[in-house]
Design a protein around this ligand. Sequence first.
Ligand code: EPU
Length: 333
Amino acid sequence: MTIHRNISLKPYNTFGIDAVADAMADCHTTSELANTVRTLQGRSVVVGGGSNILFLGDFHGTVIRPLLYGIEVTDITDRHVDIRVGAGVVWDGLVAMCVANGWSGIENLSYIPGRVGAAPVQNVGAYGAEAADVIRFVNAISTDTGAPLRLSADECMFGYRRSIFKHQLKGKAIVTSIEMRLATSFAPNLDYGPVRAAVEQYGRPTLANIRRAIIDIRRAKLPEPDDKGSAGSFFKNPEISEAQADALLRSHPDMPTYKLANGMVKVPAGWLIEQAGWKGRRQGNAGVHDRQALIIVNHGSATGTEIMALAEHICADVRQKFGISLDMEVVIV
Ligand code: EPU
């Protein structure tokens, strides 16, 4: 284990916020991680790839980094392959490896920043797929005792950008690895928006072509991680009642809506923010991305509070214009 003191978090959060942590514990094994939580005093926060977190200021506590690597095949048949993947593995490296091996299930989740440990926490999703589709078990440790926990997919209570790790187990468990079942026989998932057309440019919908197409779509819409700081979607897409959606559609007939199985209606937050006039706008060093309004970017040296002030301003405008409250997707520390 390596402990760093008074360390700048700038390289460890994709927003590029220059906050300082009192300590950072790099844990390379599950037992180092367990030891860290058992002996820890004061506040702590777990950071994987730092791609979904906003530090409002210096962090007076310990940043825990579970740098647990390894990808293991635990079972393989002519239909599926089961793999166990360490929380510290870079998510997109895993996707690339699965595509190269002909294992299907996460190719639509190509080019998502971050590490594997975050995938079950927020049930990462994009282009018609989500982590919950393939996760069978999540291994973690208890932050109270350091003891191992093993949760089945059902126990993880996955939903849209949520899981038990964001609710009942919030702050109580640290993911150490995930176990996924991928298909060795391949069925392309091309139904989300621009995916089919983007794949056709490359020819047949092979795993590699889907990965290429998804990377193209993301590059066209989302800021390149090395270019401008951001944390992907800042807000979740809100779910509203059918009655509220009907009322809004009378005044905004072009509002995109998606009916959900639970009777609610999902509205793209990016559309709401764009309609509220925020797309591409800048407030100090923080701004709204000019190609995808759901993304707040750091134009240079924004502080966490500047980003937050912009987010609050956007929320207030959307609430006033549409009567819809936006929930943040990004974890605020
Ligand atoms: N839209 C606009 N203006 C915008 C952005 C979006 O009008 O500036 C509308 C359009 O109607 C568009 C619709 O919103 O058709 C959906 O846009 P998009 O396909 O870009 O998806 P999203 O709902 O904005 C979600 C995820 C993304 C994920 C994409 C693709 C959330 C919070 N975000 O965005 O995830 O990549 O779908 O599946 O659910 C992330 O979580 O960080 C992330 C990038």
